[in-house]
Design a protein around this ligand. Structure first.
Ligand code: AR6
Length: 168
């Protein structure tokens, strides 16, 4: 079981082996965490994503799955891209959100990453309520069997930080 830690900050500044990106299926960039990672990490990350689109993921990365590229100029070795579900009030998509955390850690294990930073997947542009997104994130990571030593949740503001820290 990994040690779980929480910090307030910008995920692109974390010194970890792998940074998880809240991407979209296209893998070709976007706003929020995704935009920040590509801006700061530089064109090598996008080049890696384009290669994935030209090979294994011709139709894009499905929701709930994860795949790694270089981290370019970020102070990390890899970016693990995962696609969170868009919040749907009339449909329970929690299993897909839990899958993002589980699959990202499975990819991290495959890479031999010891430290992994996660953002609050789906709780921005994709509209997932923060409380619920935090509960799924923390509880899923607690239950996963992984060789990762530390899972660090990197929360962008005080509200997100307090919410994650308060999950029982
Ligand atoms: N560091 C840490 N957390 C951040 C940062 C940052 N630099 N920037 C935003 N957050 P989002 P999603 C927080 O929208 O909801 C993109 O366009 C933010 O406050 O990045 O999964 C993709 O291409 C929020 O709590 O991801 C997809 O199309 C959390 O990170 C779509 O957005 C996630 O917000 C994915 O939406």
């Amino acid at each position: 079981m990994a040690l779980i830690t929480f910090v307030r900050g910008d995920i692109t500044e974390e010194r970890v082996d792998a940074v998880v990106n809240a991407a979209n299926s296209s893998l070709l960039g976007g706003g929020g965490v995704d935009g920040a990672i590509h801006r700061k990490g530089g064109p090598e990350i996008l080049a890696g994503c384009r290669e994935l689109r030209a090979s294994r993921y011709g139709r894009g990365l499905p929701t709930g799955q994860a795949v790694a590229t270089t981290a370019g100029r970020l102070p990390a070795r890899w970016v693990i891209h995962t696609v969170g579900p868009v919040w749907q009030p009339d449909e329970d998509r929690s299993a897909l959100l839990a899958s993002c955390y589980r699959e990202s850690l499975r990819v991290a294990d495959g890479l031999g990453a010891a430290t992994v930073a996660f953002p609050a997947i789906s709780t921005g542009v994709y509209g997932w309520p923060l409380d619920d997104g935090a509960r799924i994130a923390v509880r899923t990571v607690r239950e996963v069997e992984t060789a990762v030593d530390e899972v660090r949740f990197v929360l962008f503001d005080d509200v997100a930080y307090e919410t994650f820290v308060g999950i029982e």
